[in-house]
Design a protein around this ligand. Structure first.
Ligand code: ATP
Ligand code: MG
Length: 459
């Protein structure tokens, strides 16, 4: 490769490329085109990580790519982006070398120019994402110092960071996402440019912001560090002001020796296991989101003063619904996370609950995640696990049976008994069901108790 524009450092490495993308590169070479693997796959392979997808950059034009391979999809033909669909392997993106021109919307170039490999590498966001690998020769071409930054574990914008973030504001959040998921640091000038322009992230669509944020929460080895970086970059105050508001919200040291609400939340995020589900990660992030709003300094009978957060869980559930809806999260996810946030304080009372109530807690479809939320909450504060161990055991006991059995007594049975149908029915049925959950398995015995239950409820 020749450096038509700036310096190119070439070194040699062997990267194991899967057969399908390798065959595509070979075919392009045979036709006299330049072709390289590029971007995330080269970065990840050099880091010893498994690449998600194998992208190819080439001198071939979209029409040439189309003509060369039996099955292609023109995903962004005007921008030079084609997808080649191999017979029995995942699709491979094959993009023509280009430089982007005219960013008017702060997100996407209005047009592109087909250029050479060097310019194509220089238009990319970060140095570590701009490495080219030629599997035929084993050459790595580095136009921006990407290899040195990989070794130094740095996220550095290519060129002038201020200009690059002004072109495409999403890159600011990508910088944090790559730093968090790879465990890298953002290079100081790059970070300073983000801090200066953080406000423009509001011009990016909620869906793009959501995708990056969710990736940080689920894929970062330490998601709490990701949250800290979001805060330091200034992006958190723009995309999740409700979470930024947790900073400096003090808590009673006897329950929370670790510090303020933000520190507590970060610790929980850091303690999440790899492979955690998104709903758990979101519940962890948002479980105390109601605290800053409800914080009140109360005076106890002995005259000491203590921070209280009355009703922070139900309020947090509402705020969670609002935040996740704003981020265009799917409704089912919004419902689950909001339920978990609203319910999280109940777990603390499990030891005092009637068996039926415990059973209901355990029977909820979100129980496993709620229990993990509770465990992380304890781990990141007082480190007492009595409730957790009790619920784990109770759950183990119940898993052999259907978690919540069908109710033995139904509304029609009450009618047969001669009770007047009406709004009271729901309460009578609920009370009889509680008795069933507590061990009364005989329908006739339950029905025999119905008149008393009805009378008690009428009082
Ligand atoms: P991931 O592992 O998350 O897929 P990736 O580096 O492959 O990471 P993609 O979003 O798949 O990221 O993009 C592929 C490549 O395209 C990047 O490595 C980068 O070179 C370039 N790229 C993607 N988004 C941008 C952007 N907003 N601005 C400039 N270059 C970008
Ligand atoms: Mg990718």
């Amino acid at each position: 490769m020749t450096a038509e524009n700036g310096r190119v450092e070439t070194s040699r490495r062997t990267i194991e490329v899967p057969p399908a993308p390798l065959a595509i590169v070979r075919k392009l070479h045979e036709q006299g085109h330049e072709a390289h693997l590029v971007g995330g796959c080269v970065r990840d392979a050099l880091l010893g990580r498994t690449p998600k997808d194998w992208d190819i950059a080439t001198s071939a034009r979209p029409e040439e790519i189309e003509a060369l391979f039996p099955k292609t999809v023109a995903v962004g033909k005007a921008f030079g982006i084609m997808t080649v669909v191999p017979e029995d392997a995942p699709p491979v993106e094959v993009a023509t070398f280009r430089s982007d021109a005219g960013y008017a919307d702060g997100r996407r170039p209005e047009s592109v120019q087909f250029t050479n490999a060097v310019e194509d590498a220089r238009r990319r966001d970060f140095t570590i994402n701009s490495l080219l690998y030629d599997p035929a020769s084993g050459a790595i071409h580095d136009t921006a110092g990407g290899q040195a930054d990989l070794a130094a574990r740095l996220i550095r914008a290519i060129g002038d960071p201020a200009r690059r973030f002004a072109e495409d504001h999403l890159r600011m959040l990508r910088a944090v996402r790559f730093a968090a998921t790879l465990g890298f640091t953002i290079e100081p000038a790059t970070l300073a440019a983000i801090q200066a322009q953080a406000g423009s992230i509001r011009r990016i669509s909620a869906e793009r912001v959501r995708d990056e944020l969710f990736e940080i929460l689920t894929a970062a080895p330490r998601a709490g560090e990701g949250l800290q970086l979001l805060l330091e970059s200034g992006l958190l105050a723009e995309i999740l002001p409700e979470v930024a508001a947790m900073v400096g919200v003090e808590q009673p040291p006897e329950f929370h020796p670790e510090g303020d609400v933000f520190t507590h939340t970060k610790m929980m995020l850091d303690a999440m296991e790899p492979g955690r589900p998104l709903r758990l990660a979101l519940a962890v992030l948002l479980h105390d989101v109601g605290k800053p709003v409800t914080a009140m300094l109360a005076t106890l009978p002995d005259g000491t003063r203590r921070w209280r957060f009355e009703g922070h869980a139900p309020l947090g559930a509402e705020m969670t619904r609002e935040i996740l809806t704003r981020l265009r999260a799917p409704t089912a996810l919004v419902d689950k996370v909001s339920h978990m946030v609203g319910n999280h304080m109940r777990f603390g009372d499990a030891l005092k609950m009637r068996p039926a109530k415990v059973r209901r807690l355990i029977g909820a479809p979100t129980f496993e995640d709620e229990l993990e939320l509770h465990r992380l909450d304890c781990l990141s504060s007082h480190a007492l696990f009595g409730v957790h161990d009790f619920l784990r055991q109770a759950h183990a006991q119940y898993v052999a049976e259907p978690v919540l059995p069908e109710p033995l007594v139904m509304g029609r049975d009450l009618v047969v008994l001669g009770l007047e149908p009406g709004p009271r029915f729901k309460h009578i049925l609920q009370a009889l069901y509680d008795l069933q959950l507590e061990g009364e398995n005989d329908k006739a015995a339950l029905l025999a108790q119905a008149p008393q239950v009805a009378a008690a409820l009428a009082d």
